[in-house]
Write a protein that binds this ligand. Structure first.
Ligand code: GDP
Length: 304
């Protein structure tokens, strides 16, 4: 991911090397190249517009650091802008004062929610928490089973509509809102300090699915609603993110499948267009392919 964007930006900055002072023409040329690189990487148009306007304004502005040559200054400005569009500072999970902390996952089918649920549970357990996973994706035939398998691998218990459910029929008759509520009660009773609620997605945004997610949100009043987005879906990412933001008012973004070779720009746009920070990244199918997302490190990786 981001390889081509990274190469393009690096090539652009190379042209500035050795320049003693940047003229307005230098800055214009550089900003033009940055704009093209971002658009070619699928970064959303409004995000590119704002990004390049900031870069230009700052590059022509007063803030001259003695320690950096003009080329380095542009790199620093672009770095700062990348950090900004990715949500700024690293955002930690908002833990409840009175546990359990309730974390709800939302996103399209196939986005990587169920996989992420297992990863997040394992990571939290490793930090000394005692999570409970709750299986509310009763839409996709195998989702409950898949969560149970992930839970077992992570060594984290799973609350399912009918514990040990194996038939599609049983799972599909449950009401996800009731399951979510019961799952949170179970966590409280059994003194789990964190509950992770997996929910159903559809292949595309639809009103019924969004209403279900909104109903679950209203029923369990989560401390975090994490929107999981497949970084491979390209330009659609922005519209999908906006629809989920309107529907469930998520609190943070998880970029999944960052191990893929998509251009990545859409993933870069999601935080910016929704105003919600990227908190985690999923980087493979294994339970350990998971990272806390640090906007500054991602920016450095892109500009490396
Ligand atoms: P859900 O429908 O949102 O619950 O999605 P799943 O968790 O079932 O994931 C859909 C598919 O994507 C599965 O085949 C996962 O193994 C795969 N997957 C999930 N996360 C990642 C990731 O970060 N990288 C890769 N390469 N595959 C992933």
């Amino acid at each position: 991911m981001f390889n081509s964007l990274s190469d393009r930006l690096t090539a652009t900055f190379k042209n500035l090397r050795g320049k003693g002072r940047l003229t307005e023409a230098d800055v214009d040329g550089t900003v033009r190249e940055i704009r093209r690189a971002l658009l070619d990487a699928d970064v959303a148009v409004p995000v590119v517009r704002e990004f390049t306007a900031h870069v230009k304004e700052r590059a022509l502005g007063e803030e001259v650091s003695q320690a950096l040559n003009p080329g380095q200054q542009v790199v620093k400005i672009v770095n700062d802008e990348l950090v900004r569009i990715l949500g700024g500072e690293t955002r930690r999970i908002n833990l409840a004062k009175n546990p359990p902390t309730v974390i709800m996952l939302a996103g399209l089918q196939g986005a990587g929610k169920t996989t992420l649920a297992g990863k997040l549970a394992k990571w939290l357990k490793g930090q000394g928490h005692t999570p409970l996973l709750v299986a509310c994706d009763l839409q996709r035939p195998n989702a409950v089973k898949q969560l149970q398998v992930n839970g077992e691998r992570a060594g984290v218990p799973v609350y399912a509509p009918h514990p040990g459910v194996s038939s599609e029929f049983e799972a599909s008759t449950g009401d996800p809102v009731v399951v979510a509520r019961n799952g949170v009660s179970e966590a409280r009773q059994k003194q789990h300090d964190i509950v992770i609620v997996d929910t159903a997605g559809r292949l595309g945004v639809d009103a019924e699915m969004m209403q279900q997610a909104a109903d679950i949100r209203a029923a369990i009043n989560p401390h975090e609603v994490l929107f999981v987005i497949d970084a491979m879906i390209g330009q659609d990412a922005v519209n999908t993110a906006q629809a989920f933001n309107d529907g469930v008012n998520f609190t943070g973004v998880v970029l999944s499948k960052l191990d893929g070779d998509a251009r990545g720009g859409a993933a870069l746009s999601v935080a910016s267009v929704t105003g919600k920070p990227v908190m985690f990244a999923s980087t493979g199918e294994g339970l350990d392919d998971f990272e806390v997302f640090h906007p500054d490190r991602m920016a450095s990786r892109i500009l490396d």
